[in-house]
Design a protein around this ligand. Structure first.
Ligand code: SF4
Length: 291
């Protein structure tokens, strides 16, 4: 399929991607938001963002990875038949939630017909259904479901971000794409750091992506990288070598992918165990009662 010929998908009212500042709910960007066109652009614009809103805006218009830009926009044009009547976002999915989070939830990348459709991370797909239900039970989200950017859902002391912001083909970003996108995460982490108590990594890829960010920020306890596992818990200290400094807990959690939930590799109770622990560590929500 190609964006140029409109693909072979079903007809519908409008086809994405959505223009910045054109009225999409919670669109952080405007037509004036600067656009990164390559890795150097990502580094410069990520480092220069003055706050979470500006950073999210810049993330949401990025065009630095040609393969991913083409894919996300093609998907937004062709669409899945079951969403034929919907406009797709078709842009990078920025970090979303509390601007001063106590808990940061880190995933891999948006889903082609989930975040890439709704414009909000983990929103509108089965992984998100399972994730948000657990966040709600643990006091970290205001509603048990997250279906669209206009559904009124709010996170409580929590922010969700993806290590790679564009939906990749087969859910597999290339190593160079991960590297190019990494400065967006480093900048988001740096802005969140003063208030942050816990990072929950959903899956081994998110776990891998976090450690260079921690090392770059000056945290101790990060080398060598601890092994990922469900329920893994690591204490990182900042600054490196200063036991009295800020402490950050890193929690591992199996990704609530369809495959993992269908096979029972991860269950709602297992997610509640991790997010209940995160809420407890962060002083949010019902904490252990949810676990
Ligand atoms: S994956 Fe990241 S760096 Fe690449 S185009 Fe998307 S937002 Fe930009």
């Amino acid at each position: 399929m190609t964006a140029a010929d409109g693909g072979t998908g079903p007809a519908g009212p409008e086809r994405g991607p959505v223009a910045p500042g054109s009225g999409w709910p919670d669109d952080p960007a405007t037509p004036a938001t600067p656009v990164a066109h390559d890795a150097a652009g990502v580094r410069a614009l990520a480092a220069g963002a003055g706050g979470m809103t500006e950073l999210a805006a810049r993330q949401s218009v990025c065009r630095a990875c040609p393969r991913l830009v083409e894919w996300r926009e093609q998907v937004a044009v062709v669409r899945r038949r079951s969403y034929a009547g919907e406009r797709y976002w078709g842009r990078p999915v920025p970090g979303w939630g509390d601007e001063h989070p106590r808990v940061l939830v880190l995933g891999l990348a948006p889903a082609a017909h989930g975040g890439n459709r709704t414009g909000r991370i983990f929103t509108g797909d089965r992984s998100g259904d399972v994730l948000f239900a657990s966040l709600y039970r643990c006091g970290l989200a205001s509603q048990p479901t997250s279906v669209s950017a206009a559904d009124g859902q709010q996170l409580v002391g929590t922010r969700i971000a993806a290590a790679v912001r564009c939906a990749p083909p087969a859910n597999k970003p290339a190593p160079a794409e991960r590297e190019t996108c990494a400065p967006w995460l480093s900048a988001e982490f740096a802005l969140a750091m003063p208030d942050l108590a816990v990072v929950v990594c959903l899956g081994a890829f998110a776990w891998q992506a976090l450690w260079p960010v921690l090392r770059g920020a000056g945290f101790a306890g990060t080398r060598p990288r601890p092994a990922f596992g469900h329920g893994a818990e690591v204490l990182a200290r900042f600054p490196d070598g200063e036991p009295a400094g800020q402490q950050l807990r890193i929690l591992g959690c199996y990704h609530p992918s369809q495959q993992n939930t269908f096979t029972g590799r991860v269950t709602p109770a297992m997610l509640d165990g991790v997010f209940g622990r995160a809420a407890q560590l962060a002083g949010l929500g019902p904490g252990p009662a949810a676990a």
